[in-house]
Design a protein around this ligand. Structure first.
Ligand code: SF4
Length: 730
């Protein structure tokens, strides 16, 4: 089947899907050939869930069928444009791999033998098993793994029932270490979307952040504008990413040496007085001790350690320091690389502090929010048991959210008490968590595994019950009350009906709550009642909101230049160059460099990242996105490929240090990567045959992540601690 090219996809994606009805990829292809026909078109604003950026869009329905999804010009996240995944949201609705009705397991766990069930049957089954777990072990023994905006009422229902162990991979497998590093330094995390004032910056430093491939819509729009303004960009990455191709300086550091570079940069700037003295004098705490601590990290030492020349390290530092305070050392997002990531993120925060860029125009602004009235809901019951998810800071002193792998560990060890049930909402734990072998071992110990999903991801293959979720285009959700240059509120509302017997997560939560005897926790008839109450109570017009999709909040000062008075919610009330909290907890009060283990003979460090047309492992079956990128490839330096006798586009398998073999994957021989590492986009190599479109296409980086280090500050687990060799195809 010929593949669509990008241009044709962008032009026709909406038109095709409508004509295709509920058909599969072949029919979608046929439909692409047809010009858009006349028809009755209605439009509905809603916000996108193809990733977590949550851009506002306008969905078009023609003759009752979903036609296209475009950006909502009123929305600050999209600014009227969507990224390729948002544009392809129609493909999620028409995806032929979707789960169509509730399923109950009839065979051995993992053998994928199911019986179709009614919702009544499936929910009664779940309620009965949850009730049994509660009676035998307490509600704490039922854990929730969740992700995405649809989790809101599932989480609310679980908490109302007494569950306390709740975690999402978005914390320990993504942004958590960054927020802890910034929290320890400035007294505030970074949050989402990141308050980086790229629009006004004079210099942008990206450390392992491949903006453009990492497609966060409004951030990438501002990045493109910055490139057009000829803003100097400095990229630190072992790979010549798309961002690196736009950069003034590319620093191809040896993987794992970023902290060495950051410390040497800071030492250079402090020693030569190229930092914001006024900011540091007014707001710095423990600066002299910090300066003494980093003194040994010279540029020459960092050159040895990172493999980047001293001249380049120095030139890049002088460049970004010359633009202070309108300089951004980007905090990154998926920062769980080596298991010391909170300290590396703290070094990034400290470098921003030296630049005086916190709360400054062209630096990191202090995001504004808006107030929206809550709907009156009953309080959650209290538990006297300890957390098994690590969210109470006992296991990891600076963890402030649940840790997925802590729940998995507790399930395996029965400590502090047995975990007997998992409710998994919208996250494919088999790809998201490190070492899938441990995840499988934990699942083996469960009395109940409920998976609520749109497509049969790998984790669904092990479920006792599968509850088919709607896509975001088919449901209401909680209000999005967003933070940014101005606060805003967005509405998610149904555009079309679900194609089969899928149900929205709020409905599933409400129905399950009733069967669990806690129906009072969702005391509203439907989401219109819930949402309109919140909006009207806040003084806004519900009907207008439904038409516009967005309400903007009041303007507030977000930088010193716009009247912001800085304050820091730290123990000292200042920016903590030296952290007493870390010292008291037995950690380094100033980040230190700890070298990573070298690759075993004949192996290469596996580093991973994102593609602009896919989100994690969630979008590979979307027919429109599948056409753009059906599989991944493994980047390997051309010289290394030649040495190993590998040719560009050869198929290989990757074998990691523990002997785990990947699926076959194509070689991309390129000079755009260092010789000591290889690179893959995450999320491919699906192993569940029920994912017909994506089954065994590309290789799974998650599957090769069998060895990981855990951040001692907050429990984040590394993804760049594995090494691979090549197995040539016969
Ligand atoms: S960045 Fe793209 S996928 Fe993510 S919410 Fe925005 S349009 Fe959707």
């Amino acid at each position: 089947m010929p593949q669509l090219n990008r241009r044709r996809f962008l032009t026709l994606s909406g038109a095709a899907a409508a004509a295709a009805g509920l058909a599969g990829t072949a029919d979608l292809h046929k439909a692409f050939a047809a010009a858009p026909a006349e028809g009755q078109v209605t439009t509905t604003p809603t916000f996108c869930e193809m990733c977590f950026w949550r851009c506002g869009g306008i969905a078009h329905v023609r003759d009752g069928k979903l036609w296209k999804f475009e950006g909502n010009p009123l929305d600050p996240q999209s600014q009227g444009r969507l990224c390729p995944r948002g544009t392809a949201a129609v493909g999620a609705h028409y995806d032929s791999d979707r789960i169509r009705q509730p399923l109950i397991r009839v065979g051995e766990r993992g053998k994928e033998q199911w019986k179709a069930a009614s919702w009544d049957e499936a929910l009664a089954f779940v309620a009965e098993r949850m009730g049994k777990i509660k009676a035998e072990h307490g509600p704490e023994s039922m854990a929730l793994f969740n992700h995405g905006f649809g989790q809101r009422f599932i989480q609310h229902m679980m908490k109302s029932w007494g569950a306390i162990n709740i975690a999402g991979p978005s914390y320990a497998q993504c942004r958590g270490a960054r927020d802890v590093g910034f929290q320890l330094t400035f007294g505030a995390g970074v949050g989402s979307p990141e308050p980086t004032d790229i629009r006004d910056t004079d210099c942008l430093v990206l450390i392992g952040s491949h903006l453009g491939e990492n497609m966060h819509n409004s951030q990438v729009q501002e990045f493109a504008q910055a490139i057009e303004r000829r803003v100097p960009v400095i990229v630190v990455d072992p790979r010549f990413s798309v961002a690196a191709s736009k950069a003034k300086y590319w620093l191809p550091v040896k993987p794992g040496t970023d902290t060495a570079l950051l410390l040497a940069w800071m030492n250079l700037l402090v020693t030569e007085g190229r930092y914001d003295r006024a900011f540091v004098e007014q707001w710095g705490h423990g600066f002299d001790k910090f300066a003494a601590e980093i003194k040994g990290y010279t540029v020459d030492w960092a050159a040895e350690e990172t493999g980047v020349s001293a001249a380049l390290i120095r030139a890049a530092a002088l460049e970004f320091a010359s633009h202070r305070p309108a300089t951004i050392i980007h905090p990154g997002r998926r920062v769980n690389w080596y298991g010391d990531d909170a300290q590396r993120s703290r070094a990034v925060a400290l470098l921003n502090a030296l630049m005086g860029s916190w709360g400054r125009k062209g630096g990191l602004f202090i995001a504004a929010g808006m107030k929206i009235a809550p709907f009156p809901l009953p309080a959650y019951p209290k538990s006297d048991k300890p957390h098994a998810d690590g969210a109470d800071g006992v296991q990891y002193p600076f963890a402030d959210e649940g840790i997925t792998t802590s729940i998995r560990d507790a399930t395996l060890s029965d400590k502090p008490y047995p975990i007997k049930g998992w409710f998994v909402y919208s996250t494919n734990l088999m790809q998201a968590l490190p070492d899938p072998r441990q995840t499988l071992a934990a699942i083996d110990k469960l009395d109940l595994l409920v998976v609520c999903e749109t497509v049969p991801s790998e984790i669904a293959g092990y479920a006792d019950v599968i509850l088919p979720d709607t896509t975001f285009l088919e449901r209401h959700d909680e209000l999005l009350v967003g933070y940014g240059r101005t606060g805003w509120t967005s509405l998610r509302q149904p555009v079309v009906a679900a194609p089969h017997d899928q149900k929205p997560s709020w409905w599933i939560a409400q129905q399950l709550a009733q069967r669990l005897g806690i129906g009072a926790c969702m005391p509203f008839k439907d989401m219109e009642e819930y949402l309109s109450y919140r909006i009207e109570k806040s003084g806004h017009n519900w009907q207008d909101f439904k038409k516009q999709g967005v309400i903007m909040g009041p303007k507030q000062p977000i930088t010193v230049e716009t009247g912001l008075a800085l304050s820091f919610d730290t123990p000292s009330g200042k920016v903590e160059f030296w952290s007493e909290r870390l010292a008291q907890a037995g950690f380094d009060p100033v980040p230190k460099y700890k070298p990573q283990e070298p690759a075993p003979e004949g192996h290469f460090r596996l580093i991973t990242g994102r593609a602009p047309v896919h989100t994690f492992s969630r979008t590979q079956t979307n027919p429109l996105l599948h056409d753009l990128m059906p599989d991944n490839d493994v980047w390997i330096n051309t010289a290394t490929a030649t040495r190993l006798g590998l040719k560009h586009r050869d198929y290989v398998q990757l074998k990691n240090q523990d002997g785990v073999l990947s699926n076959r994957v194509r070689v991309k021989a390129t000079q755009r990567i260092r010789e000591d590492c290889v690179y893959m986009v995450y999320g491919f190599g699906h192993a569940n045959p029920a994912l017909k479109t994506a089954y065994l296409k590309g290789a799974s980086a998650g599957g090769l992540n069998t060895r990981y280090a855990t951040d001692p500050l907050m429990g984040s687990t590394s993804i760049h601690s594995n090494f691979v060799s090549f197995v040539k195809e016969a």
